[in-house]
Design a binder for this molecule. Sequence first.
Ligand code: RFL
Ligand code: PHB
Length: 392
Amino acid sequence: MRTQVGIIGAGPAGLLLSHLLHLEGIESIVIESRSREYCETRIRAGLLEQNSVDLLNDAGLGARMNELALPHDGVQFTFDNTYHRINLTELTGRRVTIYAQHEIVKDMIGARLQAGGQIYFAAEAKEIGALDSAKPLIKFVHQGAEKTIECDYVCDGFHGISRDTMPASVVRGYDRVYPFGWLGMLIACKPPSHELIYSHHPEGFTLFSMRSPEITRAYLQVPPDDDIKNWSKDRMWSQMRKRLGKHEGLELQEGEILQAAITPMRSYVSEPMRYERLFLAGDSAHIVPPTGAKGMNLAMADVCVLARALIAFYKNNQTHYFDSYSEICLGRVWRAEHFSWWLTTMLHPFYDASPFDLRRQIAELHAVFGSKAGQTLVAENYAGLPIVNWRP
Ligand code: RFL
Ligand code: PHB
């Protein structure tokens, strides 16, 4: 097999890259280890920045999103028995939008297949080879057979393989593991508000998001090694109620808990994001804890930088965008890493916190959310930093 750009992973990063390249007449093949059904139903992110919504519309991927998505002008926070609403549109001129990641993935897979794009599902990439030549290779296994794609450039959306491919002397990883995880629940009930509510409580953080006006997506902070078996439905409800507290207009209705699972929290950056003809984009290069809702948005922002570089090369024979890829992405990545870390450490009481630590944390929350300057800083980062135009 031969293509121009070989792409590992049919997540938002790989699929968006394949789609943007196709719009400019550039060929790619996507290799995905899981089944199409798994990719289209896996519950992951929910919140899109305005720039990501504009990008999906600009790329012709917005039809179902515009029908189903829920745009929000604000975001709400509770702590220390107080309630604060940040008016995002007033402070930044931008909104955020709820639209599930698996719906975006469904839209992207649909668009690629309809245009005759090649996606191999249940195809696991095993090795990237010949990176220092002009024709790098991706070796993968599909239906029990070993296959090889020869391409000009490789985009890796799965870090394991790149780690084995990039020389240890070139790559550096920056890691932070948080001493707690999130228990995520999908619930058949109306969310307590039409906007997201992030709550700090001495017994742990909780977040109320949604997937539709009838489906709530809620998260509870739990110890990192906690087992879902320790969480009866009654315990989930009593913790959600207690941690949200009583605030006028916020009403938590009960409904069936359709799904519940625990995920760890982590920050990670791998530098550089390029080696020879290999480019990392999205979670393969960086992970953020979900508190800032940045992961999928960052993945799309990387892809804009990479698509611009590839389009400039194939259309105009320019290579300078390849050289600045890593640096441009990492500037934005580290801003998102900082914001996600900041919101996470501000909103989650640490289990080993001293009474001083807890008082200090509550004072920080009052300092930030009680001030217009503080609210503006949160709003600018939450609504999202600028992204580059993928058209060179
Ligand atoms: P993905 O989506 O993980 O896609 C990578 C794909 O590669 C496949 N793969 C392989 N394919 C072939 N060969 C191999 N050897 C392979 N190994 C793996 C995988 O099956 C997969 O399909 O990465 P991508 O494209 O970079 O997208 C990143 C996002 O998925 C991620 O950042 C977000 O889900 C993070 N995130 C959130 N991001 C937001 O922007 N807003 C949010 O509201 C938000 N909420 C969240 C989140 C992540 C969460 N979890 C589960 C960690 C909430 C949660 C709870
Ligand atoms: C979600 O809807 O799943 C979601 C929203 C905001 C976050 C994290 C997750 O910060």
